[in-house]
Design a protein around this ligand. Structure first.
Ligand code: PMP
Length: 294
């Protein structure tokens, strides 16, 4: 994404990324009042396909509405623009980053002006393929009574940055964050599932980002007859799990090796997570045959 010749969509035009001008008085810079998304497109047998484009752009619009930021495009237009952008950048396998920023307004009211920038670049599996060594963070996820946790507000991600810095500086790969009640919430940029006695558990919506990958994985589980229970669980319960994995658009499905140096006992290749990692890949590439179409 540092490529100087990459084309971005900015305020109605396709222009060079380095020609984008951002107003220094933008409220997004000063107060973190902006909304973004993280989307992927995949090179499928039928060409580039943006995975769950509708769900991602609906979440962008939901976040914008929640923060009183206008969106000057319909979801259909946003999807169309994104396909054009991929073409202009000659990309099929890509990570797509729409960003809605606000105008120059130093009051603490949401600016009535908004600007949409969409960027895309080639990005491999964000957390890699190897099993992750995860550390519980000293930072909790933002309290839903203080902000709208299910909106992808730019400013909320200072919490993710604190937790990730802490984990990486401690020699770990990623951070696990608890919610304000001390229950397991999610990773800094992905959701968490654990497996215990053949059943999967994941925290319910409410104190987490309701991940589109999380939902996709639960849908696959339903078709595959894998039991998933949405419930709050503690860090102690997580440490007694047989295995665990993270889900997210950037990370896809990735297994955990350990939490706070406790090793998960079940061999990754024999877990539901491993199976789902492959089923998810087949789903995004449109090669997965669901039980209903068989
Ligand atoms: N949790 C957080 C905090 C995130 O930022 C993300 C990425 N949007 C996720 C979970 C995973 O969500 P998704 O599967 O929609 O990418």
């Amino acid at each position: 994404y540092k490529k100087e010749d990459s084309i971005v969509f900015h305020n109605g035009e396709f222009i060079n990324a380095y020609d984008v001008l951002i107003n220094p008085y933008s409220q997004s810079l000063h107060y973190g009042n902006g909304i973004f998304e993280g989307i992927r497109s995949y090179k499928t047998a039928n060409g580039a396909r943006i995975f769950k484009a509708l769900e991602h752009y609906e979440r962008l619009c939901y976040g914008a509405k929640a923060m009183h930021i206008p969106v000057n495009y319909s979801v259909e237009e946003l999807i169309e623009i994104t396909y054009s952008l991929l073409k202009k950048n000659n990309l099929e396998d890509a990570y797509i980053r729409p960003l809605l920023t606000t105008g120059a307004d130093m009051s603490l009211l949401s600016s009535k002006e908004s600007f949409l920038t969409i960027q895309c670049w080639e990005w491999g599996k964000y957390m890699g393929d190897k099993l992750l060594k995860v550390k519980t963070s000293q930072y909790q996820r933002p309290n839903p009574k203080s902000c709208i946790v299910d909106a992808k507000v730019t400013g909320h991600y200072t919490n993710s940055i604190l937790a990730t810095n802490e984990a990486k500086n401690g020699g770990y790969d990623e951070a696990l964050l608890l919610d304000m009640n001390g229950y397991v919430a999610e990773c800094s940029g992905a959701n968490v599932f654990i497996e215990k006695d053949n059943v999967l558990y994941t925290p319910p919506k409410g104190n987490i980002m309701p991940g589109i990958t999380r939902q996709t994985v639960m849908d696959i589980c339903k078709e595959e007859g894998i039991e998933v229970v949405e419930k709050y669980f503690t860090l102690e319960e997580l440490k007694e799990a047989d295995s665990a994995f993270f889900t997210g658009t950037a990370a896809e499905v990735v297994g955990l090796q350990s939490i706070d140096d406790y090793l998960f006992p079940k061999k990754w290749e024999t877990t539901h997570g491993y199976n789902l990692m492959h089923l998810y890949k087949n789903e995004v590439l449109e090669t997965r045959k669901t039980s209903t179409t068989l």
